[in-house]
Design a protein. Structure first.
Length: 676
């Protein structure tokens, strides 16, 4: 690992993963370190110490769940909310829909703020940008004093009516608050999400303020420790859109880190798609705590702003569209009140971890079940670097078996089936619920536990083809090495085709492009920047928008005819009809700036026409019972070799379980291609 240029680091719930790319030699190395939940940066530092020359690294890209966990576990700051007079209840009214129409016991999701901390100030800007009521600065100062008197308030979110058109009042409110509260983190909606829809904008701004004290504290500590290693200015934090940010900017806009860690597997899957010419893939990234699913369609990941922390609690920042569930190797088995076996979402995590880890865990987990069933070797976990306690795993599973009246092996197999069924639901969410046919896709198994369950999921999901990529146990970290720098900027600029001002649209688009360029320059990217432009538009009166991708030539005509023609064509392609002559409303403009970064080129393996050599065998429990199953070392496999199931392919950070009647083939780059 000498002379390494880039290190990707993924802080997971159980392990922290590392992938290092040496640009001089082309070598890629990978390793793991147990995550330290009470202080995640400690696990990162311990893992970096396994690298011989950290100071020589040119770039570190870090995916972190600090923001994600703070939101999900509600461990953020106590936030004060400042808004236009008459609108303090927007975060509490939310939307008029219900999660369950017929459940009279259903309770609306609790906001991230308390109502007593919501304040109003006199001001008003109209929907067309005119000042209806001047800002009452004395009222703002009075609010600042009330916030100052409450020592429990740690951050402020400011969201005024129609500020996405004119942010003057919001910016002045921030100035006045800072004069009275110089140490208080303040988020204003125009900086966070300058888009229409009052509730979504308020919710996202509150989430940003909610995260600022937590994220800032952790990132300051990170910067201090990285600086001691001599790499303080070389660290980039992965954003929810798959791009990166400096530690400073990430602390200033923490809501952008809401889905930082899981993006790496999607980026890496896209790179695999481009390498192999496979256009449609499903990401199945199963780690120790959670499973992340997403799709790559026609070689591209889907970026969305439609995300909810909990039902009815949206944050509308650009992020890769990922569906996450609490199902991983550490998911704990339990019996519900009806006597039924359940798996997760509770997880044993890294401390104490599954019973098999021998760190004091007593609960039966998915990993323990896999050990009991012979799917994971106690002597070859992490390439033999970590020995598992098979007896402890069996004792843990026996506690579940006794409650169910089953033999230990049968209970372990039932645990695996239920865990698989939970993950099947996630796959259906990203495929069937979005109108995608599983038969058109390849299932890519990553994460330490993904390859263990990949072939099971192929069988029950109807996905005919599977792939275990290189470095599956560190696939997200590998994705961070492969990622490009990316900045997304969105802004609401409402216009109607019947009275269209192309210059206004083009001017706003130029502002977003300049802003994106500035952020990339801050990260050290100045050249080879590609700009992608689009608008969200709809027929006047519709409730949902359609994204229309543009080229710069579309801004050359003042009447916007090229834009309207594209909208009609895309509406016809998506919904089966178009309405020529109908008024079209442009709602939001979007700019994406991408700067290509240096990334590894995967080497092709030598070809072989001979059968691969097994390195042993062991008994493994399958659906039809126990079978003697040959084992293979993945590092010894060559291009073109095939293996017939049942079989096990072992590597340092994972295990691929090939079911009977399935076939595995090694592709030119070492990926394992599995077919039924």
């Amino acid at each position: 690992m000498q002379g390494t240029d880039i290190i990707g680091i993924d802080i997971g719930g159980t392990f922290t993963d590392f992938v290092a790319y040496d640009a001089k030699t082309g070598n890629i190395s990978n390793w793991k370190n147990l995550t330290t939940p009470k202080d995640p940066i400690q696990g990162v530092l311990e893992g970096l110490m396994l690298h011989p020359d950290v100071a020589s690294v040119s770039k570190i890209r870090l995916g972190t769940t600090i923001a994600t966990n703070a939101l999900l576990e509600r461990r953020g700051a106590n936030v004060a909310y400042v808004t236009t007079e008459g609108f303090r209840d927007v975060p509490f009214i939310q939307r008029g829909d219900r999660r369950s129409h017929y459940d009279i016991s259903w309770i609306k999701t609790r906001p991230l703020i308390k109502r007593r901390n919501a304040f109003e100030v006199t001001e008003r800007i109209s929907a067309t940008g005119e000042v209806v009521t001047e800002l009452d600065e004395d009222a703002v100062i009075e609010v600042a004093k009330r916030i100052k008197e409450d020592s429990s308030i740690e951050a402020v979110a400011v969201c005024t009516l129609f500020s996405y058109i004119d942010p003057t009042h919001e910016r002045r409110i921030r100035e006045l608050l800072r004069a009275e509260l110089p140490e208080m983190p303040i988020s204003i909606s125009y900086d966070v999400v300058p888009k229409w829809k009052e509730y979504e904008r308020a919710s996202t701004t509150i989430a940003d303020a909610y995260l600022k004290p937590v994220v800032s504290k952790n990132f300051r500590r990170m910067h201090h420790h990285f600086a001691e290693l001599g790499v303080g200015n070389k660290v980039g934090v992965i954003k929810s859109n798959g791009g990166e940010s400096t530690l400073h900017r990430a602390a200033e806009s923490p809501v952008q880190m809401s889905l930082s860690g899981p993006t790496g597997a999607v980026v890496a899957t896209r790179a695999i798609a481009q390498l192999n010419g496979v256009n449609n893939l499903v990401v199945f990234d199963m780690g120790g705590t959670s499973t992340d699913c997403a799709t790559v369609v026609d070689g591209k990941e889907h970026v969305t702003t439609d995300f909810e922390i909990e039902w009815g609690l949206p944050i509308q920042i650009p992020m890769i569209d990922i569906h996450t569930i609490g199902a991983g190797g550490g998911s704990i088995a339990w019996i519900d009140k009806g006597g039924m076996l359940r798996m997760g979402p509770q997880s044993a995590g890294a401390d104490p971890g599954p019973a098999a880890y021998g760190r004091g865990g007593l609960d039966a987990t998915v990993t323990d079940a896999n050990v009991v069933l012979g799917r994971i070797s106690p002597d070859n976990f992490l390439g033999g670097k970590m020995k598992l306690d098979a007896d402890a795993a069996r004792r843990a599973v026996k506690t579940i078996a006794d409650q169910l009246g089953l033999e230990v092996d049968a209970a372990a197999y039932a645990m695996i089936q239920i865990a698989n069924n939970n993950m099947l639901g996630a796959l259906r969410t990203v495929l069937l619920q979005r109108g995608l046919d599983p038969r058109d896709f390849t299932l890519v198994g990553s994460g330490g536990a993904g390859p263990v369950h990949l072939c099971d999921l192929m069988e029950i999901s109807g996905i005919p083809r599977g792939m275990v990529p290189n470095f599956p146990g560190q696939f997200s970290a590998f994705g961070f090495v492969m990622t490009d720098a990316r900045v997304d900027r969105h802004r609401t600029v409402q216009q109607i085709s019947t009275r269209f001002d192309m210059e206004r649209l083009a001017r706003a688009m130029r502002e977003l492009v300049d802003d994106a360029h500035a952020e990339l320059k801050e990260q050290g990217y100045k050249d080879n920047i590609e700009i992608y432009r689009s608008v969200e538009a709809r027929y006047l009166g519709q409730n949902h928008e359609l994204e229309v991708v543009l080229d710069s030539n579309d801004f050359g005509r003042a009447d916007g005819v090229a834009l309207w023609d594209k909208f009609h064509q895309q509406h016809e392609a998506r919904f089966g009809f178009a309405i020529p002559g109908e008024a079209i409303e442009v709602v939001t403009i979007k700019v994406t700036a991408v700067a290509a970064s240096g990334k590894p080129e995967l080497r092709m393996l030598p070809e072989s026409a001979t059968a691969p050599q097994r390195n042993g065998s062991r008994r493994v429990r399958y659906e039809d019972g126990w079978l003697d199953t040959p084992t293979y070392d993945r590092a010894a496999l060559l291009q073109g070799q095939t293996i017939e199931g049942p079989a096990i392919v072992e590597e340092n950070a994972s295990v691929t379980i090939l079911r009977p009647k399935q076939t595995l083939r090694v592709d030119p780059y070492g990926n394992l291609i599995i077919t039924a």
